[in-house]
Write a protein that binds this ligand. Sequence first.
Ligand SMILES: [Zn+2]
Length: 186
Amino acid sequence: MQLINIWRHFHTITEHKIMVARHCFKVGMYWQGLTHDLSKYSPSEFWQGVKYYQGYRSPNNAEREDKGYSAAWLHHKGRNKHHYEYWIDYSTGPVKGMTGMKMPLKYVNEMIMDRIAASKVYEGTAYTQHSPLKYYEMGKDGYMIHPETRALLEYILKMLDKKGEEKTFAYMRKYMVGRKNYPKIK
Ligand SMILES: [Zn+2]
């Protein structure tokens, strides 16, 4: 294990955490801003992150390619409600087997902030307001996510793509933060 990667990984996850907190604070999400992704500092996630440190992409991808699964990710998604993967469970409806449950709005909000911050950290100066939507478009076909949650996530990412961060955050603060029901989307 390279010592330098301990520092690099710590730096990456902390930079991400600070950025998520800054975004969350802007819309009034204080507790979630502070506690976002704390499990990344737990030994099961931290040391895998160091071992598979990449710099340009998540170490989970490298761990997955190496071992066939990512123990760090399984640990992470099982504890962090802002990931739609946390909400995969046995269906009670028409779908057979497992499916995405509808995420509570407060975690959809955190998921949006997480995606914006992750795009910024990984893309650096190449980041634009179009980046989070592009990232979503690349992976969306593989998402096991509730249709209403998907529609809202897409709606906000498209708003960000078109109108920018300032207007999108204003919308979130007005219609999404501190609310229980999803906003009506056009
Ligand atoms: Zn997370």
